[in-house]
Ligand binder design. Structure first.
Ligand code: NAD
Length: 454
C-alpha cells in the first residue's frame, strides 16, 4: 500500500521505516528541510537500535523522503500524522501542528484517503480533523479519520513497533478500518514473522499481535489512559520506596513481592528519580486537561505528577546528605538521556538534576553513551562532557548515576573507586546491590534502600 507519514521524528521515522519493512511504499514527510535532506543523504538523526539497518535496507527503494506534503498526499491511500503535540502553558496539548497538517491534506486530496492520527492526541481530535477537512471544502466521501495510537518506547522503538503487545485501530466506518487492517496485515496475520529478513524480536514476543478495533474516541482515550497508568505505576513505586527508606525496608524486595502478582506485573515497578521524556509529562497534563474539560476532576493525576517531581528533590537531598554542602564540589554524572537506549533528553530528569546542581555551584563531568551531542546544545560549556564513565569519575567528590544504561550496570568497580576522589556513589537507578558496593568500599546511596557508609 502507498502510505505517507507526516513528521519524521522519533515516531514518524520509526513507523515509516517499519511500514516499509512490512512491504509498503512509504513517503516520509517533514517540514524541516534540513532533516529531509540529511535523511536523503543517509544520516540517521536519532539513536535507536535497528533503525540504521532498516533505513539502509529501504532508503530510496520502498522508503522515500519528501518536504512536500501535497505531493505525498496525492500518491497515498493513507496519511499517518506523526507530528509533535507539545504542551501549551495551560498543560493542554498544542494541536496547531496537527491542524496545519490537516489543512494541507485537505488542499491536496484527489480521491478517497484515510487520515490516521499517530501522534498522541486528546479525545475528540479526530472529530476536529474531520471538521477542518470539511471546512476546507473536502467532500465527506473523500476521506475518513482514524486513530492508531503508537505505543513504542524510545530505546526499543523498532522492536516495539514490529512486535507490539497490541495494535489499536480507532476506526469508526468499516471502509477505513479495512484499509488499516490491510496495512497491519503482515503483522496480524503473522506473515512478517515467517520472513527470514524480519527484524529480531524480543524473547517473549506475542506473535501475531492482537488487533483491537474501537471507535476513534476510545482509541484516543486508550493512549492517554495507558500513559497515565504507567506513570502512576512509577509514582506509586517511588512513593513506596520513600516508605522503605523511612522504615529500613528494601524496595527491590518489595517490588519482587508485589510484581510477581500477575494482576500487578513486574514491569514499570522500578524506583528511581522519576519519569521524564517527551511523552509521560506532557501526556499526563494533557489528559488531566481533557478530564477537566469533560467535567471530571482527575486529582489522582495531580498526585502522580507531584510524587514524580518530589522524587527529584529527594534525590537532591541524598546528594546533599552525602556531600554536606554542594558549592564547589566536583560531581561525576552518568547518564543524561531520559532513559537508557536513547539520545532523547526532552524532560530528562537527569538533565533537570544536572541543571540544578550547576545552579548550586557544583562542577559536573558527564558521560552518556548517546545523548552528549544533544545535551551539549542545552548545557553548552557549563559541563565537561567526557568519553567514559571512568573519566566522569576522575577526581570527583561523588559519582551520580542518573540513567539506566546497561553499560552503567557493568562498571569495573575497582577501577571506578580508584578514579574517584572520595568513593561515594549516589545511584538514582538502583543499578547495584548495596552489598556489592559495600564490599568494594563505596559509600552508596540508592532509592528505597538503606544507605551504606564505608
Ligand atoms: N517519542 C515517543 O516515544 C512517542 C511514543 C508514542 C507516541 N508519541 C507521540 O507521537 C508524536 C510525535 O512524537 P515524536 O517524539 O516523534 O516528535 P518529534 O518532535 O521527534 O517529531 C515531530 C516531527 O514532526 C515534524 N513536523 C512538525 N510539523 C510538521 C508539519 N506541519 N509538516 C511536516 N512535519 C512536521 C517536525 O519537524 C519533527 O521532525 C507526539 O504526539 C508524541 O506524543 C511519541
Amino acid at each position: 500500500m502507498q502510505i505517507s507519514v507526516v513528521g519524521s521524528g522519533y515516531v514518524g521515522l520509526v513507523a515509516g521505516a517499519c511500514f516499509a519493512d512490512l512491504g509498503h511504499e512509504v513517503i516520509l514527510v517533514d517540514n524541516d528541510a534540513q532533516k529531509i535532506s540529511a535523511l536523503k543523504k543517509g544520516s540517521v538523526p536519532i539513536h535507536e537500535r535497528f533503525l540504521p539497518e532498516l533505513l539502509e535496507r529501504h532508503r530510496g527503494k520502498r522508503l522515500k523522503f519528501c518536504g512536500n506534503l501535497a505531493d505525498a498526499v496525492r500518491t497515498s491511500a493513507a496519511i499517518f500524522i506523526a507530528v509533535g503535540t507539545p504542551p501549551n502553558d495551560a498543560g493542554e496539548a498544542d494541536l496547531s501542528y496537527i491542524e496545519s497538517v490537516a489543512r494541507e491534506v485537505a488542499g491536496a486530496i484527489n480521491g478517497y484517503k484515510v487520515i490516521v492520527e499517530k501522534s498522541t492526541v486528546p479525545v475528540y481530535t479526530s472529530n476536529w480533523i474531520r471538521t477542518v477537512m470539511l471546512r476546507n471544502g473536502v467532500e465527506p466521501e473523500a476521506f475518513d479519520v482514524a486513530s492508531n495510537p503508537e505505543f513504542l518506547r524510545e530505546g526499543t522503538a523498532v522492536t516495539d513497533f514490529l512486535y507490539p503487545d497490541r495494535i489499536v485501530l480507532g476506526a469508526d466506518p468499516e471502509r477505513c478500518a479495512s484499509v488499516l487492517r490491510e496495512i497491519y496485515a503482515p503483522l496480524t496475520s503473522g506473515r512478517y514473522y515467517e520472513n527470514k529478513t524480519a527484524m529480531p524480536g524480543p524473547e517473549r514476543a506475542q506473535v501475531p499481535p492482537p488487533l483491537i478495533v474501537t471507535s476513534a474516541k476510545s482509541a484516543e482515550l486508550i493512549k492517554h489512559a495507558s500513559n497515565a497508568f504507567l506513570a502512576m505505576k512509577i509514582s506509586f513505586v517511588n512513593a513506596v520506596a520513600s516508605i522503605c527508606e523511612s522504615v529500613g525496608a528494601d524496595v527491590q524486595q518489595v517490588c519482587q513481592g508485589i510484581g510477581t502478582d500477575s494482576r500487578i506485573g513486574r514491569r514499570f515497578l522500578n524506583p528511581g528519580i522519576g519519569y521524564g521524556g517527551s511523552c509521560f509529562p506532557k501526556d499526563l497534563t494533557a489528559f488531566r486537561a481533557v478530564a477537566r474539560e469533560c467535567g471530571y476532576d482527575f486529582r489522582l493525576l495531580d498526585e502522580v505528577i507531584r510524587i514524580n517531581e518530589e522524587q527529584r528533590h529527594r534525590f537532591l537531598r541524598k546528594v546533599r546528605s552525602a556531600l554536606w554542602t554542594l558549592r564547589g564540589k566536583r560531581l561525576g554524572v552518568l547518564g543524561l538521556a531520559f532513559k537508557g537506549g536513547t539520545d532523547d533528553i526532552r524532560e530528562s530528569p537527569a538533565m533537570l538534576l544536572v541543571q540544578t546542581l550547576l545552579q548550586e555551584g557544583c562542577s559536573v563531568a558527564a558521560y552518556d553513551p548517546a545523548a552528549i551531542e544533544r545535551a551539549r546544545e542545552v548545557l553548552c560549556s557549563k559541563v565537561d562532557f567526557v568519553g567514559s564513565p571512568y573519566e566522569a569519575a576522575a577526581g570527583a567528590d561523588a559519582l551520580l548515576i542518573l540513567t539506566e544504561w546497561e553499560e552503567f550496570a557493568a562498571l569495573d568497580l575497582q577501577r571506578l573507586r580508584a578514579q574517584l576522589k572520595y568513593p561515594i556513589v549516589v545511584d538514582g537507578r538502583n543499578l547495584y546491590h548495596p552489598d556489592t558496593m559495600k564490599a568494594h568500599g563505596f559509600t552508596y546511596y540508592s532509592v528505597g534502600r538503606q544507605n551504606h557508609r564505608s
